[in-house]
Design a protein around this ligand. Structure first.
Ligand code: XMP
Length: 506
């Protein structure tokens, strides 16, 4: 187990992901909330920070239980922190130290650099520079501009590097992390999907015992994997509820419900489409739509779980990025859109919460799902927003608009699949615009709806680029949509990236 201390850098999660890719379990803690019991940790990594160590309000962690007592790797801010407060010197740098750089010197006999090429490319991102090493510091590497790109402390298992090994542009960064963690710190590489499943199933069994658990399935990857894990742990005592809010994709409710049943889950489908649509009637404001859907979902879910007797736990598919976000140095980031996800806990439901995936990143959830034998097609599904098609129907929602959008979306998504493009896209969907346009079909003038298609590449939805779908494909889907979907006479393709646009239109 490895402890990563967060000083507020955007790269901290990336360090954790790289470490996990080495099959090593790690946890992120804010620098000002270091666990008091460190006995289960085999090594510590200090991350980067937007702060300068010379700033008065800069993070000032208490490392007295760590330094010299266990293997320590200090990255960027961490490296400067060790230098600045332990007898070295850090000053504003006069050359630009941002972006790609190549190592120009490495101490080759060092285990840290075993298997690393002499001119290895690394990624720099700092405005301060280490001018003098801390007491007992030994230089391990330089670049043309940065003399102390890496150093160690004699007499300790402490290593420090100025560059970011976790980013893709540090081409051998992962090897350096492996050298430190495996060769120097001797951390075992035993965090595999199978090992995780075994451990979490045992943990859930012990925690839940014979209690009953309720879980809201959404059709998405996280809630599905959470359900299958819990089902493995407690079997029939897991009660899954899958709500149709009337805003799912075409045939999704029936298909996914059958799929869940085929997986042996104890699941009840609740068709509340009409209730949602009648509460939404006449409402156009995006945030109001989201709030209504969030509220009605909780009402329906609560009604259903009251039908079950003696339920003690609510299971949720929360994953690690949400957990880190809520305890991060910066605090929860500003909300641009209020996201009402399936399974939010209402205050009046006095249930204990169980979150089997709370330590996993999204790609790990998929790998765990695969090791549980979940259908790869289900695991590879694009993300779909909790409020569903409601935020892709701009303006007010009617059953007819839902029908049109479901048809359009289905032609688009099936087209992506049959052209082998689905897996190359992170998320795709169609948007029904609140305008009519003039067209001509045969000899007739038409005055019908316009739809926009959106397909984006992304890793986490925070930033996104529109996908350059082949013209031939766009031509074919456009024709299919206009010919097959009654009520649509024009198709456009969204070529905006995020930022400044967002992925959804509302
Ligand atoms: P935006 O539109 O903010 O979307 O660029 C980023 C990601 O979030 C999804 N999204 C939502 N998911 N409830 C959700 O559960 C919501 O209200 C919501 N709004 C956007 C969106 O589909 C994309 O994956």
């Amino acid at each position: 187990n490895v402890l990563i201390l967060d000083f507020g850098s955007q790269y901290t999660q990336l360090i954790a992901r790289r470490v996990r890719e080495l099959n090593i379990f790690c946890e992120i803690f804010p620098y000002n909330n270091i666990p008091s019991d460190l006995s289960s940790y085999k090594a510590v990594i200090l991350g980067g920070s937007p702060f300068s160590v010379r700033a008065e309000d800069a993070p000032h962690p208490d490392l007295s239980q760590i330094r010299g007592k266990m293997p320590l790797l200090a990255v960027c801010y961490g490296a400067q922190y060790l230098a600045h407060f332990s007898g070295g010197e850090v000053a504003a740098s006069n050359t630009r130290e941002y972006g790609r750089a190549n190592l120009s010197f490495i101490k080759e006999e060092e285990l840290f650099f075993e298997g690393i090429s002499p001119n290895s490319q690394v990624w720099m991102s700092h405005s301060d520079s280490i001018k003098a090493l801390p007491t007992n510091g030994v230089k391990l590497a330089s670049t043309h501009d940065v003399e102390f790109a890496a150093y160690k402390i004699e007499g300790e298992t402490t290593y420090a590097i100025q560059y970011h090994p976790e980013v893709y542009h540090s081409t051998e960064g992962k090897q350096m992390l492996e050298n430190f963690l495996v060769k120097i710190a001797h951390v075992p590489q035993n965090f595999t999907p199978n090992a995780f499943v075994e451990e979490i199933v045992a943990e859930m069994k012990a925690k839940i015992g014979n209690d009953k658990v309720v879980l809201g399935l959404s059709g998405g990857v996280d809630s599905t994997v959470a359900a299958v894990l819990l089902n493995k742990a407690i079997g029939e005592n897991l009660y899954c509820i899958f709500v149709n809010n009337g805003l799912l994709r075409k045939n999704e409710f029936e298909n996914v419900l059958n799929q869940y049943k085929g997986m042996g889950l104890n699941v009840k489908g609740v068709d509340a489409g009409e209730r949602f649509l009648s509460e939404l009637a006449g409402v156009s404001d995006p945030e109001t739509k989201r709030k209504i859907i969030g509220r009605v979902f909780i009402e329906v879910f609560d009604d259903e779980s009251h039908l079950l007797e003696d339920v003690k736990w609510l299971a949720q598919g929360t994953i690690y990025p949400d957990v880190i976000e809520s305890v991060s140095v910066k605090g929860p980031s500003a909300t641009i859109k209020s996201h009402h996800n399936v399974g939010g806990l209402p205050d009046f439901m006095k249930l204990q919460v169980v979150e089997p995936l709370r330590m996993l990143f999204k790609d790990e959830v998929r790998r765990v799902g695969a090791s549980l034998g979940i259908d790869p097609e289900l695991l590879g599904r694009h993300p779909f927003p909790g409020p569903g098609l409601s935020i892709r129907i701009l303006g007010d929602i009617t059953p007819e608009k839902v029908r049109i959008l479901q048809e359009v979306d289905s032609v688009f998504i099936e087209g992506l699949k049959s052209w082998g493009l689905y897996d190359k896209v992170w998320q795709a969907g169609a948007i029904l615009l609140p305008v009519n346009s003039v067209g001509v079909m045969g000899d007739e003038r038409t005055y019908e709806k316009v739809v926009a298609l959106r397909a984006v590449e992304s890793t986490d939805g925070m930033t996104a680029d529109w996908v350059h779908l082949p013209y031939d494909f766009l031509m074919k889907v456009s024709n299919d949509i206009i010919n097959k979907v009654r009520g649509v006479n024009r198709v456009v393709y969204d070529i905006s990236s995020k930022p400044p646009a967002t992925i959804e239109w509302e």
